[in-house]
Design a protein around this ligand. Structure first.
Ligand code: NZQ
Ligand code: ZN
Length: 388
């Protein structure tokens, strides 16, 4: 069944090899003062920085670089907002992965707010607008290029917040799969795990339909098949193009129009892990996934495992014991693409589990009628312990 829904993604996707040539025309619509934002230097290594500077020779380009993975409110968001105010920035051009785009989204709203920007990101104050944002994506993973979310870390208070607003949809996202040829095996695997998890977060819900299950299963199949190719042949355009498109589709809601809410519990848990230990988002999710599945497996949820087993792994599921084979198949898949399946290997300290569980409940509640399956403190502790 399809529940009532409203779907509106105003972002224009421009996809394919060489599409960046239209960048000056797109930016011109917003003005001449551009804030170019990027990370630690990968865009320089692949020649994209020079390509962009040449394309933007007629614009006034200001720069914010050094945006870190798990982007930080202080200094990146604060510095970016200050640069926007000081230089009358008309448009932000984010070039990079999800962290650069998310940071730029936060800058876009904070620059127009006179108070403490964290009040907006933490949901205390509602944004009233944002500087327009255009991006050039270099890593297939989060879907930030096609959604209205941004995830920002505030190290001073050990917090990592997901912020959503209609103002932060990118105006235009340029998706050229060639820019992802240089993405490391680790980030390729973690990006794919992130996108698969985005779909699983939407798949486990109360009102499945043939349409939604079919869309979601197709995108997971594409991710699973193409990641193996990309890991062996990083410059395989066919594989990189499917990964890029799949990741954009996975997080913007289009796959779950008309579905019931699920609460996105694995993201709630992972954001706490990244807040406390700055781990790579997709790796944290891959590790949590099988243990969350074990936690929620019941007669009520069995039907979801049936579809996944049948469609993805050729496993017929009639009983909970059968469903455990599906859970193991996910575990083996993530391990097979190179993700160590233990949080301790990423530097997570088990002494913090109780504190993290409290943090999750307080900041990102996993109990409520928007959850497919509630996770109380004991459940969160069980999942985290099993993931160590
Ligand atoms: O900083 P640089 O030098 O650019 O290097 C980056 C970074 O070290 C590198 N990289 C990016 N493109 C590359 C490249 N290396 C070589 N070649 C390229 N073409 O990859 C590293 C990781 O980049 P990052 O942007 O952090 O990765 P990702 O795209 O996975 O973003 C992760 C962040 O997004 C958030 C996560 O929580 C995390 O903070 N998320 C955002 C979401 C959203 N906005 O909707 C949803 C997600 O669930 C997620 O929470
Ligand atoms: Zn994610």
């Amino acid at each position: 069944m399809i529940n009532n829904f409203t779907y509106n993604t105003p972002t224009k996707l421009v996809f394919g090899s060489g599409v960046i040539k239209d960048l000056p025309n797109v930016l011109k619509e917003y003005g001449n003062n551009v804030l170019l934002t990027y990370g630690g230097g990968s865009i320089k290594k692949i020649g994209l920085y020079d390509e962009i500077k040449t394309l933007l020779k007629d614009f006034n380009v200001y720069e914010l670089n050094g945006i870190e993975p798990n982007p930080k409110y202080d200094p990146s968001v604060l510095d970016g907002a200050r640069l926007c105010r000081e230089n009358n920035i008309d448009v932000i051009l984010a070039v990079g992965g999800g962290s650069v785009i998310d940071c730029s989204k936060a800058i876009a709203v904070c620059a127009l707010y006179d108070g403490e920007g964290w009040d907006i990101i933490s949901g205390k104050v509602k944004a009233k607008g944002a500087i327009p944002l255009v991006d050039v994506l270099t890593l297939a993973a989060t879907g930030s290029e096609y959604d209205s979310g941004a995830v920002i870390s505030n190290t001073a208070i050990n917090d990592k917040r997901g912020y959503g607003s209609k103002y932060i949809f990118p105006k235009v996202s340029f998706l050229d799969p060639r820019y992802t040829f240089s993405v490391s095996k680790w980030q390729t695997a973690c990006g794919t795990a992130d996108a698969i998890n985005h779909i699983l977060e939407q798949f486990f819900q109360e009102t499945p339909s043939i349409i939604n299950d079919g869309l979601m299963i197709s995108v997971i199949k594409s991710l699973m098949a193409n990641v193996s190719v990309a890991l062996n042949e990083p410059d395989n355009y066919e594989a990189r193009s499917e990964l890029m498109y799949a990741c954009s589709l996975a997080c913007n809601g289009i796959l779950s129009n008309g579905c019931s809410s699920s609460g996105w519990p694995m993201h709630s848990i992972e954001h706490a892990l990244s807040a406390f230990f700055d781990i790579t988002h997709g790796a944290g999710l891959a590790i949590i996934t099988p243990h969350w599945m074990e936690e929620i497996l019941s007669d009520r949820t069995l039907n979801r495992f049936m579809v996944l087993g049948n469609e993805l792994f050729n496993i017929r599921v009639n009983t909970k014991e059968d469903a455990k084979l599906v859970i193991k198949a996910f575990y083996d898949f993530f391990k097979g693409i190179g993700i160590s399946m233990h949080l301790k290997d990423l530097g997570v300290d088990s002494n913090k589990i109780e504190e993290m569980a409290t943090h999750i409940l307080e900041n990102d509640s996993t109990v409520g009628n928007y959850m497919y399956v509630n996770l109380d403190k004991d459940a969160l502790i069980r999942i985290l312990k099993a993931s160590m």
